[in-house]
Design a protein around this ligand. Structure first.
Ligand SMILES: [Fe+2]
Ligand SMILES: [Fe+2]
Length: 166
């Protein structure tokens, strides 16, 4: 991320690079263009993206909610509102991927669900980097930030390195 990030939050920030690439790849490939890999058909793209969703996105989202949620709620109503937004965007991304994978739905709906997933993934990552993490850096107590940093470092150590690679 171009924004200077607190070292405590960098483990999850590093995974955002890959998420942005994935987001752009979805939109490009659905338009028949190559981006960060070959232009493939919808079934292949969906396989790739549902694997990303299960192995990369879901554990990342769970970690954000577990580590950042209590501190956000403790900030008061404005922090709690940001935690609500975080969770609700994660839930929307899950619903969209479920929709894209639902073989009972018509093809164009499934493609639209995957396209919207890509668009929301990009918006969501930018929101976290530009608004949510800024708030955390400015308002969380240094001791809390240090605890979060230790937990996130442990999380990162257990992750597949491809979660943060381009
Ligand atoms: Fe997130
Ligand atoms: Fe994130």
């Amino acid at each position: 991320m171009p924004i200077k990030r607190a070292p405590e939050l960098q483990p999850i920030s590093r995974e955002h690079h890959r998420a942005l690439l994935v987001a752009h790849r979805i939109v490009h490939v659905l338009e028949g263009r190559a981006f960060a890999g070959p232009a493939v058909g919808f079934p292949e793209l969906l396989d790739e993206m549902s694997e990303f969703h299960e192995s990369h996105f879901l554990p990342h989202a769970r970690e954000e909610e577990t580590r950042l949620g209590p501190g956000l709620n403790a900030l008061g109503p404005d922090g709690a509102a940001e935690f609500d937004r975080l969770r609700s965007e994660h839930a929307s991304l899950e619903r969209l991927m479920d929709g894209a994978c639902d073989q009972d739905r018509p093809d164009d709906e499934r493609r639209n669900a995957l396209r919207t997933y890509g668009q929301l993934l990009e918006t969501h990552v930018r929101y976290e980097e530009r608004e949510l993490f800024q708030m955390i850096e400015e308002r969380f107590a240094p001791e809390l930030l240090a605890d979060i940093g230790a937990a996130l470092a442990e999380y990162e150590a257990g992750r597949d390195p491809s979660c943060r690679m381009a």
